[in-house]
Design a protein around this ligand. Structure first.
Ligand SMILES: C=C(O[C@@H]1C=C(C(=O)O)C=C[C@H]1O)C(=O)O
Length: 369
């Protein structure tokens, strides 16, 4: 039985003492993974493929910049299930130097967002783009509620998501509950997932009908994955789906792909570098979409739409796309939400979709709101 109070209070102390850590719940599991380390246990990379041969907990950005490198926490202080522990000796850990709050976070007005979506749809209809993910930040005033207990509450509300809380040098504090697997391995086979298309969650699983926009949008992601498989000589795989996946207050279309581990066992870092960012978070064609995002989004994505998780930690690989997440500064929670825009997008609907996606996080940080 998890002692919520003890766990929350240890996580709060780690944050307060500025000790590097990552903790997480895998989807549909009640075990709490925790890795804690010294400042010297954290390494930074400026290329995604540098993960080849490394092991630890990885926190990777959408796009590598000087301020957002790939971060790997390598430490022997690793618990597969910390929920059963009742203490942790923090005295032996050397803290990392505090990250400065340098970002400027502005609430993007609905009008500005609708205008950007309108512009994106026109660009897609007239040019070479098929799909682009456009996102926005939702800054919310931070209260003095315990982040440890907010995290446990988030897990209780979205048990089928990968729920995490990290405090790391350079990146700072991030928390989220994502439904999207990037890559997962049980040693024998790898699983990767194509996830896209969104609608409000229904009370009855049989009620889901999917629109052409959603089906097409998700098919773009699946199609792209097949190209990446081809690059790595993966010509046979098992598929499951498309099927509906419910998460938080929304539901998505999901296809899972499975292939033998030996295909990429020695070059996993290269495989991830090719896969990321998928058209679920960037767009198609990838280079044009990335350029459009860079020119048109008003904010830096930092670690939103990057990926995170155990990377060959105790032999396990389980990376998730960093969605439904927030960055936590001393004064604010900055939520990040986005959606896939195609030629069939209706700006008002896209705005509603981002609000739906933010609901779970908003309900845990501001229960009265
Ligand atoms: C970009 C996000 O989600 C992605 C976009 C989706 C969509 O456009 O329907 C669905 C799931 C994710 O692949 C987000 O949640 O911020």
């Amino acid at each position: 039985m998890r002692n919520n109070w003890t766990v929350a209070s240890i996580l709060d102390q780690l944050i307060e003492k500025q000790i590097a850590f990552a903790c997480w719940f895998f989807p549909n599991e009640s075990r709490l993974g925790l890795i804690v380390g010294n400042a010297s246990d954290v390494v930074f990379f400026d290329r995604f493929d540098q993960l080849n041969g490394e092991a630890g907990f990885v926190f990777a950005p959408y796009c590598i910049t000087e301020k957002s490198p790939v971060i790997l926490l390598q430490s022997n202080t690793f618990f597969e299930d910390f929920s059963q522990e009742d203490s942790l000796d923090l005295a032996g850990f050397e803290p990392f130097s505090k990250n400065e709050d340098t970002g400027i976070y502005e609430f993007q007005s609905k009008e500005d967002y609708l205008e950007l979506i309108g512009k994106t749809v026109t660009e897609i209809r007239e040019g070479a783009l098929s799909k682009v993910i456009i996102s926005r930040q939702i800054p919310t005033k931070r209260t003095d509620t315990s982040l440890g207990s907010t995290f446990l509450q988030l897990h209780d509300q979205t048990p089928n998501a990968f729920t995490y809380l990290v405090n790391l040098p350079v990146a700072g504090i991030w928390m989220g509950a994502t439904p999207e697997i990037l890559i997962k391995s049980d040693g024998e086979q790898f699983e990767t997932v194509s996830l896209a298309g969104t609608q409000v969650r229904k009370s009855d699983a049989d009620e889901y009908y999917w629109s052409t926009k959603d089906i097409e949008e998700q098919a773009f992601v699946s199609r792209y994955m097949l190209d990446v498989f081809f690059n790595f000589d993966i010509h046979k795989y098992k598929t499951k789906g498309p099927e509906t996946l419910e998460s938080g207050k929304v539901a998505h279309l999901k296809t899972s792909f499975f292939f033998p581990a030996e295909k990429i066992g020695k070059c996993m870092g290269n495989f991830i570098a090719d896969l990321h960012p998928t058209p679920a978070v960037c767009g198609l064609p990838k280079d044009l979409a990335a350029e459009f995002i860079q020119k048109n989004e008003e904010h830096e994505r930092k670690y939103y739409t990057g990926y995170l998780g155990p990377w060959r930690l105790n032999q396990q690989v389980a990376l998730f796309v960093n969605l439904r997440c927030m960055e936590i500064t001393s004064a604010e929670f900055i939520l990040y939400v986005g959606g896939g825009i195609t030629s069939r997008s209706i700006p008002e609907k896209e705005w509603d979709e981002t609000n739906q996606k933010a609901k779970t996080l908003l309900s845990v940080i501001n229960p009265e709101g």
